[in-house]
Design a protein around this ligand. Structure first.
Ligand code: MSP
Length: 522
């Protein structure tokens, strides 16, 4: 029985169309999910949309729609984005689903049964944009002296009767959690920030609203809907069938990883574990707060007009190109920047000119000079062995450790260095010259490159699944023989030869990208 692995993304507010920040998170989670599948684990991957709350209600009112009309329309764009970007989720959850309302009410009742909910009057600051309550002491001053949230968003004074959650009671248990399980929250910089926040003392949290009704009804309390984060966080349980102890629930909870952006770490590492402790539910193993993606170094915003549609970007540059760029270029956990120029430069350098070129010249020579035939009996020289070892080690444990540690740029850096080593070997060995001088040696060189390319393609599948898949198809590598464990299979070449495999004329994998019109060429 393979070990289960449950990964989730944040669920996005469908108050507008998805932007590249949403795409970044979906891609990173997909890369992780595919990696673990390739490691032989039984993966469950969930994403979706967070459709309740004041932000959705206000946006809908602004557009003259009902909140449900707005969320139906916008949620469909998030689904389309996932499809276009080749996101391999098992479940796309929408918080308007009946099942989700049931799950949210069940966790509410469990917290209530534990004595952690009480009615009182809330008076304080609320940011609709962040869907968050803030203490007076956290606020900052805007340019016109107005009060702003620590994220720089407008806040409004709110006063209403609400249900409270006894968050203060969980201060010590939370600090114990961060201390005893340092990996619960990563990266360390975010963990330190959260520890300081919790050490500063926790106020009880207002967890219901009475001034609007777009949300999950509080059980047995007419006129109250749950604070949107209570239901939003519960999505991670809903998707497994909670409150029923389903097969999926038993197998996949607690989640292995909640992948989220740095702006919502507090909700996931303070509120969520406190709710779970209160409800008597096991805690997720890890919360990782990734950095923000900036457009040419600037924050994306509708007013600046630099919000980019990820689907359009994928049409312009290619899905695998975008995926590769984001995972290679951004140091995971830190903020990263993207621009058309950077995408074109990086993917041309690594994919078209290096990996694509290596594949194209090797497979073309096998096709032309060896009639597409692969063989297992060829004499291996020192240089051949050294190259195969370089490739195997860059794509082996070092690559897997870096991936497990979510250090994608490091893993891909090792991978691309191995690609460079292969290209250097081609230049040194010059198989085109060997055709006349020493055909046996040419055969050895090309076979060696063929096996190296197989390892490179298997390793990079999580990042560029379409291109790597097509390449492995062309190379006759069976679809069920593409896991990390299969790399070790030393009979593979022999079997391919025994089956009489012949390579067809290879089709180029990565076109060279041009800068789109209107983008500066400097
Ligand atoms: N609905 C909440 C999450 C609830 S999870 C139980 C929310 N939605 S969101 O649409 O604002 O953001 C969804 C995810 O996208 C979050 O993890 C957020 O950090 C991430 N990003 C939003 N903008 C981003 C960038 N510019 N760059 C990278 N990630 C960004 O928060």
């Amino acid at each position: 029985m393979s070990e289960p692995y449950y990964i989730t993304t944040a669920i996005s507010y469908p108050n507008g169309r998805p932007h590249i920040g949403h795409a970044y998170e979906a891609i990173a989670a997909d890369v992780i999910a595919r990696f673990h599948r390739q490691m032989g684990r039984d993966v469950r991957f969930q994403t979706g949309t967070d459709e309740h709350g004041l932000k959705m209600a206000q946006k809908a009112r602004e557009l003259g729609q009902t909140p449900r009309e707005l969320s139906d329309e916008m949620s469909s764009y998030f689904m389309q984005m996932c499809e276009k970007l080749n996101i391999s989720h098992d479940r796309f959850i929408r918080t308007v689903e009946d099942e989700h309302h049931k799950a949210s009410q069940a966790i509410w009742k469990a917290m209530e049964a534990n004595g952690d909910l009480y009615l009182d009057r809330y008076e304080g600051w609320y940011s609709v944009r962040d869907e968050a309550y803030y203490d007076e002491k956290e606020l900052i001053e805007g340019e016109g002296n107005e009060k702003l949230s620590p994220q720089g968003t407008p806040v409004e004074w709110t006063a209403e009767e609400t249900w409270f959650f006894r968050l203060s009671k969980y201060q010590e248990p939370l600090l114990k959690l961060y201390n005893e399980k340092p990996n619960f929250l990563r990266p360390d910089s975010r963990r330190n920030e959260i520890m300081r926040f919790v050490e500063g003392g926790l106020n009880d949290l207002s967890v219901s609203r009475t001034s609007f009704d777009w949300g999950v009804k509080v059980p047995g309390s007419d006129g109250h809907v749950m604070y949107v984060w209570v239901d939003a966080l519960t999505n991670y349980l809903t998707g497994l069938g909670y409150p029923e102890k389903t097969k999926n629930y038993n197998k996949f909870w607690p989640a292995d990883l909640h992948l989220i952006g740095k702006d919502i770490v507090r909700f996931h590492s303070v509120y969520w574990p406190a709710f779970l402790m209160s409800a008597g539910i096991d805690l997720p193993k890890q919360v990782f707060g990734h950095g923000f993606l900036l457009n040419k170094g600037e924050k994306m915003s509708k007013s600046v007009g630099n919000v980019v549609d990820p689907v359009a970007l994928a049409y312009a540059f290619g899905v695998d190109q975008i995926r590769y760029f984001l995972m290679r270029e951004v140091n995971f956990g830190s903020d990263g920047s993207y621009s058309a120029k950077a995408i074109v430069t990086k993917t041309n350098a690594d994919l078209a000119n290096s990996f694509g070129n290596l594949v194209q010249r090797t497979l073309s020579m096998i096709f032309k000079n060896l009639d597409g035939a692969i063989s297992a009996d060829w004499k291996e020289g020192d240089a051949d062995k050294a190259l195969y070892e370089t490739v195997s080690s860059a794509c082996g444990t070092a690559f897997q450790h870096a991936f497990t540690d979510l250090d994608f740029s490091k893993a891909l850096d090792g991978w691309v260095q191995a690609v460079f080593a292969c290209n250097q070997y081609v230049d040194e060995q010059a198989p085109w010259k060997l055709k006349k001088e020493d055909p046996e040696r040419m055969r050895a060189v090309l076979n060696n490159l063929f096996r190296c390319i197989r390892v490179l393609a298997i390793a990079v599948q999580p990042v560029i699944p379409n291109s790597a898949g097509k390449l492995l198809d062309q190379m006759g590598v069976a679809a069920d023989a593409r896991s990390f464990a299969d790399v070790q299979d030393s009979d593979w070449l022999q079997q391919l030869a025994d089956n009489g495999f012949t390579l067809e004329k290879p089709a180029p994998l990565f076109p060279r990208l041009e800068m789109p019109e209107g983008e500066e060429k400097a």
